[in-house]
Ligand binder design. Structure first.
Ligand code: IMP
Ligand code: MG
Length: 175
């Protein structure tokens, strides 16, 4: 079966934006140490590109939360599937997410990190779909705002597939 998703944001546009975000983050955290929390699975590609654009001392942690199952619709309260291994107490945390949709995941994570006494919590997200969030989420470092379509690639999946695509594409109807 041939698969030709419509390209929404190509690899060059992504790379240019990630470079800009990396420069801003490096400037904002100058002289400080940063702990990145990469939100798995989708955040892994954005995170790996972004950290290579930083020039502040950085530690990286991984967390995996689930709420989506294998469908396209959010299913409420996220659950911790895999937790970070280090303490966040007193640390500057930057959450790195693939996409903010309802805001459920990141809202849960921000509350969790504050309960665990992080010193500061900021958010970097590659994509944002405005309009659906029930929370007042502040995205400190945003790649692109996109319309409310289901996207794949650059870490984002549909039913576990397409994460490896080097661009952000729109999933065609019928797939
Ligand atoms: P939220 O909790 O509704 O903000 O959604 C967060 C998670 O849902 C993201 O980290 C993604 O894993 C997934 N998600 C939301 N929208 C999309 C999409 O368009 N394509 C693929 N995954 C998505
Ligand atoms: Mg995700």
């Amino acid at each position: 079966m041939e698969f030709n998703p419509e390209v929404l944001i190509d690899a060059d546009e992504i790379a240019a934006r990630v470079k800009e975000l990396g420069e801003r983050i490096s400037e904002d955290y100058k002289g400080q140490e940063l702990t990145i929390i990469c939100v798995l699975k989708g955040g892994f590609i954005f995170c790996s590109d972004l950290v290579r654009r930083l020039n502040v001392p950085t530690k990286i942690e991984y967390i995996m939360l689930s709420s989506y199952g294998s469908g396209k619709v959010s299913s409420g309260e996220p659950k911790i599937e895999l937790d970070i291994t280090g303490s966040v107490e007193g640390k500057n945390i930057l959450i790195v997410e693939d996409i903010i949709d309802t805001g459920n995941t990141v809202n849960f994570l921000e509350i969790l990190l504050k309960q665990r006494k992080a010193r500061s919590v900021k958010l970097a997200a590659m994509l944002f779909k405005p309009g659906k969030s029930r929370y007042n989420i502040k995205i400190d470092y945003l790649g692109f705002e996109i319309e409310d379509k289901f996207v794949i690639g650059y870490g984002l999946d549909y039913a576990g597939r397409y994460r490896e695509l080097p661009y952000v594409g729109i999933l065609n109807a019928g797939h």
